[in-house]
Design a binder for this molecule. Structure first.
Ligand SMILES: [Fe+2]
Ligand SMILES: [Fe+2]
Length: 189
């Protein structure tokens, strides 16, 4: 069972970006680390919201092996809980490093499971056209993060809200805004 390439490609690209943002946090200190944390949390909020809008619901509807999807949704709840705790900590403190270690581990297990378990299962049961729709939905994350790139496969993406200047919007609020925006796009398509 081979995973659908369009979906797998966008997942791998976005997961690699999350891994590189995670490394930047580990390699920096002080204000630079604070900025790196903000960039990471902003990207993770948008990425997980896009998956929760475009990918997991289709998987829950279509896939016989529910554990392949429910496990991913549970992991996302755990990641959100660690992030909520992390946001209240000084990035240069020992506590922060302990919780950041937990986040890094949770993210790497979760992203690997999406690529190696959820995507192949989806590829086996969901029609190509719907897989394509999922991949294009996930690509909205990069469009939203980079307003200079407004075109997805030649069509204009319309996202009703901007994520907001980095650092001014917390993870929970950003996730709420992005879920709302992705849902609006999902209903338009
Ligand atoms: Fe996810
Ligand atoms: Fe993911």
């Amino acid at each position: 069972m081979s995973p659908p390439q369009s979906l797998l490609r966008v997942l791998q690209r976005q997961h690699a970006h999350i891994a590189s943002l995670t490394s930047r946090v580990m390699e920096s200190v002080g204000r630079e680390r604070q900025g790196a944390v903000t960039d990471l949390l902003q990207y993770v909020a948008l990425h997980e919201s896009a998956e929760q809008t475009f990918m997991h619901p289709v998987a829950i509807r279509s896939v016989g092996d529910m554990s392949a999807v429910q496990g991913r949704v549970a992991e996302e709840r755990e990641i959100e809980a660690v992030i909520t705790h992390l946001e209240g900590l000084n990035p240069d403190s020992v506590d922060f490093m302990i919780y950041f270690g937990l986040l890094e581990e949770a993210l790497s297990g979760h992203t690997r499971a999406e690529e190696e378990v959820e995507a192949p299962v989806l590829g086996a049961v969901v029609p190509d056209q719907e897989i394509e729709h999922m991949a294009r939905g996930l690509e909205l994350v990069d469009v939203w993060m980079d307003p200079a790139t407004r075109s997805i496969d030649g069509s204009m993406a319309r996202l009703p809200l901007l994520p907001g200047p980095a650092g001014q919007v917390g993870f929970g609020e950003l996730q709420r805004r992005s879920l709302e925006a992705f849902d609006a796009v999902f209903r338009l398509r």
